[in-house]
Design a protein around this ligand. Structure first.
Ligand code: BG6
Length: 496
């Protein structure tokens, strides 16, 4: 998305400076992503990677750990000598404070290659962003070619995200800022654009006249692991819905952009976010559910409750959320978007299900109502697209039919390796391609909607429904005048 081959921008020699350079994200995602792109010869220019840490790190231990992390992600045949070549490009630097003198070693390094583009990757808590930007600027290390990559969480409210933006914009302009949402780097998510805008069949019927509802589910089997401190201040709504799920809503809901350049796409996404119907203390009671996991079992293994994972006695943080959202515009009037996500579900799976309306007139009344077609986009664990259609059962005996799936399994259809989301996103940063990164106005519009839920919950004093770890979440049916919707992440697999 964002580029066809002819228009691909080329990667120029670069210095990647990774703040939080010995952190978990850098080790698990950033270095491996750079390594795989290097092996794939996509980084066929000169480059250096600076791993910035704040406390003295033993060189030996760092490189040893790093190699282990990289090796873990290799899922193809590899000329192992490339690891040593790549490792030589990584330089470990300790910058304790955000001062000109502490940044001197970095300055000396970067000034060895003054024509290279400097890409600063801030894989640190956001309260450090302002200081890092200011110090880089003070040291004269930011020029027009420089870029900055920001990792989430970018605040926990509209005001805090604006404050972060105010700080980082002291040193970088909007077209130098890349806010990462790794969901946008996933292959199936990008395929959504191709599916919609390269297939007349779908785009033609992509509206509330033909689509009954849209469901986006991200079920995770993991709990909060070691991220309890962060997670307890965020919860499922801020951790997953504010960014990943809303970005999916945007790609499904937006109007076709005139072109695939960054601003055309982001302008359309922004319109969707601005059209989301705000919730309040009344509507959260019927249109949202929040939950928290208690002890449970998966495959006979006993799992802790959220509070046990946190080692706390109480917490009102939700580890599950389901929301019936509405996009109040011409295209989506009366087509609800059901969003569901939770930790410690039965299994890990993410998918988007578009359910079409039933046929206008039923000529097979003996079998009851005809279910609508479904377009299912499975994001993970496997990547797949299914189109569920009614099909006649073979043999005599009248028109008996069943929903049958036409399946496109990515693994069966494409034999090339699927790059990880970070690989795609990092290459886009190096190329200066911003389509897959959120603009500040998008972020703010997302916060406005999220805050309406947060405030609605507060005013209504909404409590978490407890659900067992290893279940599908609180599976209540919420009854309303016209709609019944299930909050459970379990998909109705009937006939599919
Ligand atoms: C992250 C969240 O952004 O996304 C995590 O902070 C979550 O809590 C993760 O586990 C899910 O990503 P994925 O790619 O595994 O679905």
């Amino acid at each position: 998305m964002g580029q066809d081959k002819k228009n691909l921008k080329v990667i120029k020699p670069f210095n990647a400076v990774i703040f939080g350079g010995d952190g978990d994200l850098a080790m698990r995602k950033i270095y491996p992503a750079l390594f795989h792109r290097f092996v794939d010869k996509q980084l066929n220019v000169d480059f250096n990677i600076y791993a910035i840490t704040r406390s003295d790190k033993k060189h030996g231990t760092f490189y040893e750990q790093l190699e282990k992390f990289i090796l873990k992600t290799i899922d193809y045949e590899l000329d192992h000598s490339l690891i040593a070549v790549f490792m030589k490009k990584i330089i470990l630097l300790t910058l304790v404070d955000h001062t000109k003198s502490d940044y001197e070693p970095l300055k000396i390094e970067l000034e060895k290659n003054p024509t290279y583009q400097n890409v600063y990757y801030l894989s640190t808590p956001s309260d450090a962003f302002g200081d890092i930007g200011d110090t880089l600027k003070l040291c004269g290390l930011i020029n027009q070619k420089s870029k900055v990559v920001l990792e989430k969480p970018l605040g926990n409210s509209l005001a805090s995200s604006q404050a972060i933006h105010a700080k980082i914009s002291r040193s970088f302009t909007e077209n130098q800022i890349y806010r990462i949402d790794h969901y946008l780097g996933k292959e199936t998510v990008q395929n959504l654009m191709v599916l919609r805008f390269a297939n007349h069949l779908f785009e033609y019927s992509w509206n509330s006249e033909h689509i009954d509802n849209v469901q986006i589910t991200v079920a995770e089997s993991l709990g909060v692991e070691k991220r309890g401190d962060y997670y307890d201040h965020s919860g499922a709504l801020l951790d997953m819905v504010q960014n990943h799920l809303l970005q999916l809503v945007c790609l499904i809901g937006m109007e076709p952009p005139a072109q695939l350049d960054a601003n055309s796409v982001r302008n359309e996404k922004l319109k969707v976010l601005n059209s989301l119907r705000l919730l309040d203390a009344e509507s959260v009671l019927t249109d949202t559910v929040k939950g928290q996991y208690t002890r449970g079992k998966v495959d006979g293994e006993q799992l802790n409750s959220y509070l046990e994972d946190l080692e706390k006695y109480e917490s009102s943080t939700e580890t599950f959320v389901a929301i019936k959202a509405h996009i109040d515009n011409w295209r989506w009037k009366n087509t609800p978007f059901y969003l569901r996500t939770g930790k410690r579900m039965t299994k890990r799976y993410s998918e988007i299900v578009i359910t079409f309306k039933s046929v206008k007139h039923n000529v097979f009344p003996m079998q009851g109502n005809i279910p609508g077609n479904k377009l299912i986009m499975r994001l993970q664990p496997e990547e797949r697209i299914e189109l569920v259609q009614m099909t006649k059962l073979p043999g005599p005996g009248g028109y008996r039919y069943r929903p049958i799936s036409l399946k496109l399994d990515y693994m069966d259809s494409f034999h090339e390796r699927f790059p990880e989301a970070y690989e795609r996103l990092i290459v886009d940063v190096l190329r200066g391609e911003q389509t897959l990164f959120m603009r500040q106005d998008e972020l703010e519009a997302a916060w406005v909607w999220i805050e309406s839920v947060v405030n609605g919950w507060k005013e209504a004093n909404m409590k978490n429904i407890l659900y067992e770890a290893g279940s599908w979440g609180p599976g209540d049916l919420v009854m309303e005048k016209e709609h019944t919707w299930s909050t459970s992440t379990k998909r109705d697999e009937e006939g599919v």
